[in-house]
Unconditional design. Structure first.
Length: 221
């Protein structure tokens, strides 16, 4: 029963991730794709754990008493190797740039109207400056399901919710740099907690680094 429960929970997590994509309703948007990767790893770990237990049970039932320690060693080594590779992978910390969802050529009028409402909300209430902002919170403010809001942003803007919010944050950071703030002050005041994420998103949107932006901003003024 225990392996069966692990498999069911693991599959449920993976199916939910497949349907939701990277936009997890309760995950902080500042974290980017990292929460989805973590939950995907948990789902796979549960399934592999169930497989290990099933093999051990089968070995005991067939009288192969020498196999369980081997099975444990193999799966433990594989788990340690996976953890090691994950820890040194830039993907684990969200350092690589995620691909934007494909943009639909024909988003519905309802999708466009919903994104307009969101833009208006962010203009009047700068929710994007909160590092703990979640998709669920945005959806509650607009009184729509989180999945509907995520889908509308993907279809209209061709990017996920995290990138959409980060675009607002980077624009705020640019204004802060132009007003004389240093890079750390601009980062923290714009809703970012980590310099790696801030620098990556800044370069993606502006094509330059925050430090290079300051002299350019000064020359423009």
């Amino acid at each position: 029963m225990v392996p069966a429960i692990f498999v069911l929970y693991g599959l449920a997590i993976l199916v939910k991730l497949h349907r939701s994509g990277d936009d997890l309703p309760l995950a902080r948007l500042e974290a980017g794709r990292l929460p989805a990767r973590i939950w995907g790893g948990i789902g796979l770990a549960l399934i592999l754990s169930a497989l290990s237990d099933a093999l051990i049970a089968l070995a005991i039932m067939t009288g192969q008493t020498g196999l369980p320690p081997v099975i444990v060693s193999v799966f433990s080594s594989a788990a340690l190797l996976a953890i090691g590779l994950l820890s040194i992978s830039p993907n684990a910390m969200g350092e690589t740039e995620a691909e934007s969802p494909p943009q639909s050529p024909h988003p519905s009028e309802e999708d466009a109207h919903l994104v307009q409402r969101l833009d208006a909300l962010l203009q009047t209430d700068t929710l994007y400056l909160d590092p703990a902002l979640t998709l669920a919170r945005l959806a509650r403010r607009l009184h729509v399901p989180a999945k509907q809001l995520s889908s509308a942003i993907n279809l209209v803007n061709g990017e996920n919710v995290s990138r959409y919010i980060n675009r607002h944050r980077i624009h705020h950071a640019c204004r802060a740099l132009e007003d004389g703030a240093n890079v750390t002050e601009a980062m923290l005041s714009s809703g970012f907690n980590t310099k790696s994420n801030f620098n990556r998103e800044f370069r993606r949107i502006t094509g330059t680094t925050p430090r290079e932006w300051r002299p350019e901003a000064g020359n423009q003024r």
